[in-house]
Design a protein around this ligand. Sequence first.
Ligand SMILES: Cc1ncc(COP(=O)(O)O)c(C=O)c1O
Length: 371
Amino acid sequence: MDTTISRRFLIAAAGSLLGTAGLDTLAAPNPPAGNKTPGMLRLIGNENPYGPSPLARKAVENAIAHSWKYAIRETGMLKKQIAAYEGVKTSHIMVCAGSSEALRVAAMVFGRNGDRMVTASPTFSFLPTYARSLGCAVDQVRLDETMTHDLDAMEAAVRADTKLVYVCNPNNPTGTLIPGPKLSAFIDEVTPRTPVLVDEAYLDLWDDLSEHTAVSSILAGKPVIVTRTFSKLHGMAGLRVGYAIAPPELIRRMEKLRVTQMSYTGVMAAIASLQDTAFLDYSRARIHECLALTTGVLQELNLPFVPSRGNFVYFDTGGSPREFMAAMRRSGILTGLSYAPYPTWARVSMGRVEDMQVFAEAARSYFSQPD
Ligand SMILES: Cc1ncc(COP(=O)(O)O)c(C=O)c1O
């Protein structure tokens, strides 16, 4: 890591050194000014209103004056910092405009017209939807009865013309986690036939990431791509920063197809946020608190839910999720979404602790009404 540059940068970025003192007053207004649905709490997009971190906010302010230039050198700095954090080389990293850019680029590399890919269902649909629009066939494999990836069935779905397997771990929308050893055995089994992309957008919300990440398979030389994002734990969804980790040969192929360059503000915010470990711990703790509060209410209401490793909870409304969402909307809460083949289930994203208290009251009132 280029410590000279990042230390110099950090001193500038920290400015008055916000440190951890302001963390308790950190949460962004939910909803922010300019929201399309003014007055509505956003518990729909798996965002994190505790972010961006104090250092990242300061970095954005400082970056504005420099934003007349392309962030080429700064993107290189961020790449070095990510490589050090991940314990890989910079040649293993592609920095991108949110991890969804990496997912789309992977679709362009592996999901062209006439190709096939294997995914779970339901899962995060960005990659398979984009691949389909490029003419790729997507073989969807139902989650098992615990709403977790059915890895045996996914392995059986791999055909001679399969070009990629997409695994979302933890899975969106169910929040289920494939434990590291199980995932790495699956990777060992299928990678002689096809590369595997593991979307780890939510894995850093817990501090046992190293037990479950597929980065170890990349270091073992397997054709695996891991994607990560600054949109969740770091609370920077609107700044659009993510990255892919993969063997250098795959990174070179993906870099050729990247769609855009990074914004100066996003890159500088990400550099600062990676260093703001006090905020990252705080953010993790608040998300866990929100999950405990939300699942506590679901338990109290006798509504089945999946224990979640994401910043959202998938639960059984026991009726029409549409009606539930409409009722929440009337209470000023945007919540979502429902996914086939679970006609009565819905997902609620974590907001701030006080937002989840508002949700808890609205849910109590909705579910205690007579039919
Ligand atoms: C599993 C998963 N991967 C990737 C993304 C995309 O995130 P971003 O493009 O903001 O990095 C999301 C967003 O919700 C997600 O749920």
